[in-house]
Structure formats: structure tokens, C-alpha cells
Design a protein around this ligand. Structure first.
Ligand SMILES: [Zn+2]
Length: 242
């Protein structure tokens, strides 16, 4: 009997436990999953919000950067000049023009330096002698300089009384044959002045007063034509406009 009672009490406990576990188990699992779900979704939401905030910050920074580097005005210019190919072409042309301009400036500078050098090289006693005995025909001041029309390199002086227009020479620097056929009015004017002066003073054995002889010739030799930047209006706009 005692064995049976014990057996019954032994059997009743697992049954209760089984019932309890069958009811409570799924509930616990459900609650656990809900808790975990809540926890992780919370984490995901926080990460999402942080990502959105960072994105906004990045956009803000980019906008600031664009406005500080004038991005929009540059973009507008590029759009105005057409597609990317055209813009590239434009940039290339601009670089070429800038290079050309630089070269021309260097040439101008070289001519200026040459003129300054000549003025300095003249001594005070040269001036005094010129004033006492007059300018000789072989003096550098009464002869034309042979300037290359291509590179503006100085190639010595013309013989006395010779018009540089009639002298053919090959430039030492760029090997171009000068003169390049161009009407040079300034040369003609200079010569006409000289001729008129000498004609006017013919009665005095061909020797004019020193000042009459000096001025036009000196003026001609010293004022060599300086090259100017000959850019077409459109090209000039491109160089300076952007
Ligand atoms: Zn030359």
C-alpha cells in the first residue's frame, strides 16, 4: 500500500510539472522573443537615426565646401559653354593662349632690356664729341637696327644710309629670312624726314645743323616697333573672361 501511495505521489508531480511547462514554455519563449525583438529594434533604430544625422551633416559640409570654392559659378560656366568635350577643348585653348601671351610678354621684355642696355652703354664723352664735331655716318645712332620681325632678336646695324627694308638678312636666333613682306610706314616716314633735311641744307655742303641731323635718325633707331599682343577679341575674352 505504502508503495502504491508513493507511486501516486511520484506520478502526480511530473504531471503538474508537465502541464506547467506546456503552458508556461511557449509564453516564456514568446516573452523572450518580444523582449529581444524590442531590444534589437531599439538598437537598429538608434543606428538608423545616427546614420541619418551623419548624412545630413555630410551634405551640409559639402554645401559649405561648394559655396566656399565657388563650385556653382564654375558649374554654371561649364554648362554655359556646352558639354564636357567642349569644356575640355575650351580649357586646352585657354592654356595655349596663356602660353602664347607669356611668350609675347617675354619678347617685349627682351626688347626693352636691349634698349635700356644701349642707352646705358653710351658714354658722356660720346655725347660731347657728337656735339662738337657732329654725328658721324658710322655712329650707331645714325644707323638702323636690324630687328627680326619674327622673334624680335637684334641682328646688328644696317650700313649708314641704308633702309632696313631693303636689307635681307637671316636672323641669328630663329633663322627667318628678313624682311618679312610687310609695309612699314614708320621706316618711310623716318627716311623722308632725313631726305628732306639733307635736301634743305644742301647749300651748306650737305652738312645740316647737328640737331637737324640728329633728331629724326635717333628717333628712328631708338623707337623700334614693339610687338603688341594681337589677340582676336574672342580669344582675348577667353583669356581674361574666365
Ligand atoms: Zn628671328
Amino acid at each position: 500500500m505504502g508503495f502504491i501511495r508513493d507511486n501516486e505521489s511520484y506520478n502526480s508531480k511530473p504531471v503538474l510539472l508537465r502541464i506547467m511547462t506546456t503552458i508556461m514554455g511557449p509564453m516564456l519563449i514568446y516573452l523572450g522573443s518580444r523582449t529581444l525583438n524590442f531590444f534589437f529594434s531599439n538598437l537598429i533604430n538608434r543606428a538608423d537615426n545616427k546614420a541619418k544625422r551623419l548624412n545630413k551633416d555630410i551634405h551640409k559640409k559639402i554645401e559649405e565646401l561648394k559655396s566656399s570654392t565657388k563650385f556653382y559659378s564654375t558649374q554654371e560656366l561649364l554648362n554655359r559653354f556646352g558639354d564636357d568635350e567642349q569644356a575640355k577643348d575650351l580649357r586646352k585653348r585657354r592654356a595655349e593662349l596663356e602660353k602664347q601671351e607669356k611668350l609675347l610678354k617675354e619678347r617685349q621684355l627682351r626688347i626693352k632690356e636691349f634698349n635700356v642696355g644701349r642707352t646705358v652703354a653710351e658714354h658722356w664723352y660720346d655725347r660731347l664729341l657728337e656735339n662738337l664735331i657732329g654725328v658721324s655716318d658710322t655712329s650707331p645712332n645714325s644707323r638702323y637696327a636690324l630687328i627680326c620681325q619674327n622673334c624680335y632678336h637684334h641682328n646688328g646695324l644696317a650700313m649708314p644710309g641704308q633702309n632696313p627694308k631693303n636689307i635681307k638678312f637671316v636672323c641669328r636666333n630663329c633663322k627667318t629670312l628678313n624682311p618679312v613682306e610687310q609695309p612699314s610706314e614708320s621706316c618711310d616716314e623716318g627716311h623722308q624726314t632725313v631726305r628732306q633735311d639733307s635736301e634743305g641744307t644742301e647749300k651748306d655742303m650737305g652738312f645740316g645743323s647737328r640737331q637737324d641731323r640728329d633728331q629724326p635718325v635717333n628717333k628712328q633707331v631708338v623707337s623700334e616697333p614693339e610687338p603688341e599682343l594681337e589677340l582676336e577679341p574672342e580669344q582675348h575674352e577667353l583669356v581674361t573672361g574666365i
